[in-house]
Design a protein around this ligand. Structure first.
Ligand SMILES: [Zn+2]
Length: 111
């Protein structure tokens, strides 16, 4: 039973990785990428949160980790920009300011 759950998480995680590649690395539909990115990020962090809860760490540690994930999720959403010119993603590390220009074609972001 426990192993089944871990396998389920692994499959979901694999699906998320493949989905991320298909949705955000390929194609040039920037509007769709911008719309889907927050939902995708929140969902994948909910999965991580579920794994943490499932691992049943000591309660203070669990609450600390979950509390830490909320700003981290927000910063991940904020730190990723999709270029209107080339459609590719530019990621800034979550502890830094969002990038001001595309890391691929150097065009400044308008938003
Ligand atoms: Zn670009």
């Amino acid at each position: 039973m426990q192993q089944d759950l871990l396998v389920t998480f692994a499959i979901i995680w694999l699906g998320l990785s493949v989905g991320s590649y298909m949705l955000f690395q390929r194609g040039a539909d920037v509007e769709r990428k911008r719309k889907l990115w927050p939902a995708y990020t929140i969902f994948s962090n909910v999965v991580i949160g579920a794994v943490i809860v499932y691992m049943q760490p000591p309660l203070p540690m669990m609450l600390g980790l979950l509390a830490f994930m909320v700003p981290l999720t927000w910063l991940t959403i904020r730190g990723t920009k999709f270029c209107a010119a080339c459609g590719r993603a530019t990621r800034a590390p979550f502890f830094m300011k969002p990038a001001g220009k595309c890391s691929h074609c150097q065009k400044p972001f308008q938003y």
